[in-house]
Design a protein around this ligand. Structure first.
Ligand code: UDP
Length: 239
C-alpha cells in the first residue's frame, strides 16, 4: 500500500500513562491492544512506524529521587519500566499479527535485541514495527528526548506525540472551556512560551533536525490513522 499522508516514516511516542487506561497504575492490556490496533492499521496502510514508550505508569526516576533515592539509580529503574511496557506493546501487536522487534538502549539480549540503528532501519523497511525501549539508555533524560533522538536517527518524517488532548492549547482545555488550539506552532514558540508539548531538549533536537512534532489525541478511536492521512485534529510544531 502507498500511504496517502504527508509523512511516510513516523515515530510514535506513547507515554506510560496512555497504557494505564482507567487503571491507577501499570498496564491495561485492553488499552495496549487498542493502541496496537491503531498502529497495525497504519502499517497496513503503508506507513513505516516505530514506537517509543514511556515508563511513567510504572516508575518515574524524578519522583523516586525526590523521596531520597539516588537519581541515577532511580532513572535506570525508570528505563527498566519502559522495557516492561515495550514487551506489553509487542505482545499486543503480535497478537494482531503485526510483526515487531523490541530494541533496548540497555542491552538485555535474553529479552530483546540491543539497539542497533542500521538493523532498526532494516526492520522498518521490511514492515516491522520497532519498539525502542530503555529510553536513551542514560539517566537524567526522558523518553521524550529518546523519541526525538530515535526519530532523528531513523530519518523519520515526523514525530507523533500521542496525548490525552487533540493538540496544543493556549491553556488547559480540560479546565478552561474557551482554551484555543493551535493549528501550527514554530519550535521557538513552544520553547519561548514554555508550552507543554515535549521537554525542551526534545523540541530542540527536532528543531535542529527540522522534524515536525505532531501532537494528537491517542485516546480517540481511529485518531492515528486520521492524523496520518492529514485529516485529523492535531497541532503541528514545525519549521
Ligand atoms: N528515563 C531515563 N532516561 C531516558 C528515558 C527515561 O532516565 O532516556 C527514566 C526517567 O527516570 C523517567 C522514566 O525513565 O522518569 C520513565 O520515562 P518517562 O518519565 O519519560 O515516561 P513517560 O512520562 O513518557 O511515561
Amino acid at each position: 500500500a502507498v500511504p496517502s499522508g504527508p509523512y511516510k516514516r513516523v515515530l510514535l511516542k506513547v507515554s506510560g500513562e496512555a497504557l494505564m487506561g482507567a487503571e491507577p497504575y501499570g498496564i491495561d492490556m485492553n488499552t495496549a491492544e487498542r493502541i496496537a490496533r491503531e498502529v497495525g492499521e497504519a502499517v497496513e496502510a503503508g506507513y513505516e512506524l516505530c514506537l517509543v514508550i514511556g515508563g511513567g505508569n510504572i516508575f518515574r526516576g524524578l519522583q523516586a529521587a525526590a523521596k531520597g533515592m539516588e537519581r541515577a539509580a532511580a532513572d535506570y529503574m525508570g528505563m527498566l519500566a519502559t522495557v516492561m511496557n515495550a514487551l506489553a506493546m509487542q505482545t499486543a501487536l503480535e497478537r494482531l499479527g503485526v510483526p515487531t522487534r523490541v530494541q533496548s538502549a540497555i542491552p538485555m539480549t535474553t529479552v530483546c535485541e540491543p539497539y542497533i540503528r542500521r538493523r532498526a532501519v532494516r526492520h522498518m523497511e521490511k514492515g516491522r514495527v520497532v519498539i525502542f525501549a530503555a529510553g536513551t539508555g542514560n539517566p537524567f533524560f526522558t523518553t521524550d528526548t529518546a523519541a526525538a533522538l530515535r526519530a532523528a536517527e531513523m530519518g523519520c518524517d515526523a514525530l507523533f506525540k500521542g496525548t490525552g488532548v487533540d493538540g496544543v492549547y493556549d491553556s488547559d482545555p480540560r479546565v478552561n472551556t474557551d482554551a484555543k488550539r493551535f493549528e501550527r506552532l514554530d519550535y521557538i514558540d513552544v520553547l519561548a512560551r514554555d508550552l507543554k508539548v515535549m521537554d525542551a531538549s526534545a523540541v530542540t533536537l527536532m528543531r535542529d533536525n527540522q522534524i515536525p512534532i505532531v501532537v494528537f489525541n491517542i485516546r480517540e478511536q481511529g485518531g492515528l490513522a486520521r492524523v496520518l492521512d492529514g485529516q485529523g485534529t492535531c497541532t503541528v510544531v514545525g519549521p
